[in-house]
Design a protein around this ligand. Structure first.
Ligand code: CAA
Ligand code: NAI
Length: 689
């Protein structure tokens, strides 16, 4: 604490994000009491050193015994101080940090500051008064939105809502806090405890409506519903009772599996980029991107880059295709304007200055990095890379967005294999968070580092993958799809499978996803791999039958489902095709329970993932978790397949595999790594470094 005249300044300094760890709590508890007791102090300013105001509780302390003082105790002491307490905010005031700010009497923020209560994204609710104080400051609907979505808002919106009192000019929060405190002293302003304000009333029926909405949008998650219970308490109970109820709900969640899973996901996403091979290596500077091919993926990749401030030149086969690609990209940007992700002025500027399409590869010459997204054919890709190598400037990185093909073979078409890498985006590329950075035999570490840096620029999570058919994600997907096709041959319908896995927590069932992506994509891969297919493999043929009938999914109005009026409905014709295959194969069918389907899905996923780790394609189990969470809709509140496997027990997964081997001993060979871990009594997490 520092005393400047009659103002006490308490500055928190706990790099990197000023998390409110036990020493910070103890320090604040003590210094606030000191400042309150100092007769010369007329006002107190709480601010933070470094890049941000408190970004929340110290997540590393979760799951360990909680040491006093608790955050609610600290905040209650701040609020009870008989002198005005000014909270000076910059950076990201999140979680417990924002709750602490709500316990202050006056809040001033820099214009760049952001605010949020992200607890639900960690399987928690704001447990230090946030659910009780926020609806006393902002409209009830605003509190419900912030608390149950975990989203961040900027300073202007925070001011509008009543969350803060003032936006300060400049870039020094501490000075802004001091200036504000001086004014408060001059005006003899009294402390203004938030808890003394009445709770803003909800619109009639608002809480019930929120419950119904969240039951759908946050299906399977406990925290958002409990947060609504706490908010209900803010309406119905006196402040102190509401606070007690909130804390009890918070502690329940703290002990839940979902909290453990979501915090695993949080740290895994930060660990995934920590790789010895790129430690301390500076990435190349990327300002302009080339994209070759402006179809589904090329258009999405170009949009993602443009939205992140990069300039883009997109090359297509001919003028007509280039025009189509231009329309597709500008259409996606226009949608971003509609959804307030991009301002109209920025849209106009991007169109005028940052984006062009062309039919000439030579126009890609000045680009720092070029992503190829042409048809999934090795011959076409090899030809494209030969041409790119000839025109691109020295030092430019050449990347392929292939889903399955051999990046080494593609790199071999160039004189610069060190500059070639796979950058596997997911569809829609301007939305999906995952980027697999596929490192080929000769890729330079600096180029790998640039892949990771580019992901950060694009707001994506990058995972390192080695080269194999399908890399981490699609290789695992291929195996669990075979296992699910096996369930269908054994007696479940695709609709049973989708239902069981949606109930497990997936956003969509795998067969509905295939319809969305287009069944022809998987068909092309199966045809490509047919010559090398082992004759012992029990190959389910019904997907090929559908494709032969032109049933490619949503785009043709029919796939596994029928899409009359856009909504998927099960189709008896599909059941008949499957029944015919079972009869031809002499299969005696049996009903499969939802649990059996889930167990089979998880066993296949975990078994192949263990191989992917053992082969070094994924460096660690956590890389698999991050891949499946961000690219394949695996429920975040289950932490990822490897985390899930550790929780249910690797011995249980191995037992399931052994049982399933009785049905199909080709598909269900246990992975050696899984067997070793079970024998040694270890978990996948023991391999996460
Ligand atoms: N506790 C502990 N460590 C944290 C942390 C936290 N709350 N927030 C971030 N960190 C660590 C990260 O793990 C990372 O560590 P390493 O460098 O060792 O990997 C480091 O701080 C920097 O984090 P990022 O790489 O994420 O940096 P960024 O600049 O991209 O983002 C951020 C900064 C926006 C603050 C982001 O880290 C973030 O969103 N953090 C989590 C915020 C949060 O969820 N707070 C609520 C916690 S729950 C709570 O507060 C409830 C309660 O009262 C009990
Ligand atoms: P697409 O068929 O929608 O688009 C391909 C585009 O490439 C077409 O517009 C075509 O005109 C253009 N093209 C073909 N040859 C070209 C050449 N020589 N020069 C310039 N342009 C050329 O295909 P899609 O779906 O965009 O896939 C592209 C790549 O991305 C493939 O390798 C695919 O495996 C991969 N991918 C696809 C995903 C998906 O969900 N569709 C997901 C992740 C990767």
């Amino acid at each position: 604490m520092e005393r400047l005249g009659d103002i006490a300044v308490i500055e928190v300094s706990n790099p990197p994000v000023n998390a409110v760890s036990q020493p910070v709590r103890a320090g604040l508890f003590e210094t606030v009491a000191q400042a309150a007791a100092d007769h010369q102090v007329k006002a107190i300013v709480i601010c933070c050193a470094g890049r941000t105001f408190i970004a929340g509780a110290d997540i590393r302390e979760f799951g360990k015994p909680m040491l006093p003082p608790s955050l609610p105790e600290v905040i209650n002491r701040i609020e009870a101080t008989a002198k005005p307490v000014v909270i000076a905010l910059h950076g990201t005031a999140l979680g417990g940090g924002l709750e602490l700010a709500l316990g202050g009497h006056y809040r001033v923020a820099l214009a760049s500051a952001r605010f949020g209560l992200p607890e639900v994204t960690l399987g928690l609710l704001p447990g230090a008064g946030g659910t009780q104080r926020l609806p006393r400051l902002v409209p009830f609907s605003g509190a419900v939105d912030l608390i149950t979505s975990g989203r961040q808002i900027g300073a202007a919106q925070a001011l509008d809502l009543g969350l803060i009192d003032k936006i300060a000019e400049g870039d020094d929060a501490r000075s802004a806090g001091l200036d504000y405190a001086k004014v408060l002293i001059e005006e003899s302003r009294a402390p203004r405890p938030t808890s003394a304000l009445p709770c803003n009333p909800p619109e009639p029926g608002a809480l019930d409506a929120a419950r119904t909405r969240l039951a759908k949008s946050a299906r399977g998650q406990i925290a958002p519903q409990k947060a609504l219970d706490a908010l209900q308490g803010a309406c119905d109970l006196p402040f102190a009772e509401g606070l007690t109820q909130e804390r009890a709900l918070f502690l329940d969640l703290m002990n839940s599996d979902q909290r453990g899973a979501m915090i695993h996901a949080f740290f895994a996403e930060r660990q995934v980029g920590k790789l010895d091979e790129i430690k301390g290596i500076a990435p190349r500077v990327i300002q302009s991107i080339g994209v070759v091919g402006g179809g589904t993926m090329g258009a999405g990749i170009a949009t993602s880059a443009l939205l992140s401030g990069l300039s883009v030149t997109l090359a297509e086969r001919d003028s007509e295709a280039a025009e189509r690609a231009y329309a597709a990209v500008t259409g996606l940007l226009k949608n971003a304007v509609k959804r307030s992700k991009l301002s109209e002025a920025k849209y106009v500027q991007i169109k005028a200055e940052c984006f062009k399409t062309t039919k000439y590869y030579a126009d890609l010459a000045p680009c720092d990095l070029v992503v190829e997204a042409v048809f999934e054919s090795l011959d076409v890709k090899k030809e494209v890379f030969g041409k790119l190598d000839a025109v691109c400037k020295p030092g430019a990185i050449l990347a392929t967005n292939t889903s399955y093909l051999d990046v080494n073979a593609i790199a071999a078409m160039t004189e610069r294999p060190r500059d070639v890498i796979g950058l596997h985006f997911f569809s829609p590329a301007h939305v999906m968070k995952l980027l697999e950075v596929v490192v080929a035999d000769n890729t330079a570490p600096e180029v790998t580092a640039t892949g990771f840096a580019l992901a950060k620029t694009l707001g994506k999570v990058a995972v390192r993958s080695g080269v194999c058919d399908g890399f981490i994600g699609n290789r695992i997907l291929s195996q669990y799809r075979k296992a699910l096709d096996g369930a269908v041959i054994a007696g479940a319908s695709p609709y049973d499978v989708d239902r069981a896995l949606v109930a497990f927590g997936l956003a969509m069932g795998p067969y509905a996803v295939s319809d969305l992506a287009g069944l022809d994509i998987g068909w092309a891969t199966r045809k490509r791999l047919a010559p090398t297919r082992d004759p012992c493999e029990a190959y389910a043929e019904f997907a090929d039958r559908l494709c032969e009938m032109g049933r490619f999914g949503r785009k043709t109005g029919r796939g596994y489902y029928l899409y009359a009026e856009g909504r998927p409905t099960p189709d008896p014709e599909v059941d008949a095709i499957i029944a015919a295959e079972r009869t031809a194969k002499g299969v005696k069918t049996r009903p499969l329970s939802a649990q059996e389907i889930v167990d089979r899905y998880m066993a296949a996923m975990v078994n192949e993932a263990a191989r992917v780790v053992e082969d070094g394609i994924a460096r660690r189990p956590l890389d698999v978790d991050v891949t499946l969470l961000n690219g394949y809709g695996f429920p975040r509140w289950r932490g990822g397949p490897m985390y899930y496997a550790d929780r249910v027990g690797l011995d249980k997964i191995l037992r399931d595999i052994t049982t399933l081997a009785a049905e199909d001993d080709f598909l269900w060979q246990p992975a050696p790594l899984l067997q070793r871990l079970v024998a040694d009594g270890k978990t996948f997490s023991s391999l996460n470094t």
